[in-house]
Design a protein around this ligand. Structure first.
Ligand code: AMP
Length: 132
């Protein structure tokens, strides 16, 4: 069965998309640990990030690098933290999180932001990535 991320990639489920190329997509995490928390996902559905072949893995990280640069400009933060969990959705992905302190990466503190705020954050990040 297709993962929820494949359904997003195929447009069956909506998302706050900040970037896309032929092989990757980046969209806001629906339950962000910090505003701007973004997921970077290969369109090729592979369950576990470290099962991607070397070429796919490097391409995903290069795409994530571009997203992270825009994210850092768009969101008030010191840096962009990157983490891999993968316990909830069996479709390889990287979490990019705007951080100022270590506590901003705490996955015990997931939030839900109003739709309007998510849309406005999404537009800001998208614009910054496109300007990269
Ligand atoms: P994990 O697989 O443990 O790395 O966690 C999956 C992440 O995907 C969680 O942070 C969820 O909040 C996020 N997530 C799950 N469903 C969606 C969705 N439909 N849109 C955006 N983010 C999602």
């Amino acid at each position: 069965m297709a993962t929820i991320f494949t359904k997003i990639i195929e447009g069956e489920i909506p998302c706050y998309k900040v970037a896309e190329d032929e092989r990757h997509i980046a969209f806001l995490d629906i339950n962000p640990v910090a505003p701007g928390h973004t997921l970077v996902v290969p369109k090729h559905e592979v369950s576990y990030l470290f099962d991607l072949d070397d070429e796919e893995y490097v391409a995903l990280e290069l795409f994530a690098k571009k997203v992270a640069k825009g994210l850092r400009k768009a969101m008030p933060c010191k840096r962009i933290g990157e983490t891999v969990i993968g316990l909830e959705v069996p479709h390889a992905h990287i979490h990019l999180i705007p951080i100022t302190t270590e506590a901003d990466m705490d996955f015990r503190h997931k939030q839900q932001l109003p739709g309007e705020e998510m849309a406005s954050i999404c537009a800001r990040i998208k614009e910054a990535i496109e300007a990269e």
